[in-house]
Design a protein around this ligand. Sequence first.
Ligand code: SF4
Length: 69
Amino acid sequence: MSLEISINRETCMGSGNCSYWAAAAFDLDDEGLAVVVDAEGEPEERIMLAAQGCPTQSITVTRDGQPLT
Ligand code: SF4
């Protein structure tokens, strides 16, 4: 089952925590805000660490429409 990751760019502060924890899944774009580059690029544990480590709780992870965060 595939994970779906969404980022609230209104609240993202560009801390980079997510790309630190899961570098293949998240990156910062030209605006300095987080984007998802590959939702399947990291193990689920690291995606969850990234989501839980977001200081502004801007990352939502769902699987089959069920929220994991
Ligand atoms: S950890 Fe949260 S606030 Fe920091 S860049 Fe990622 S989404 Fe944005």
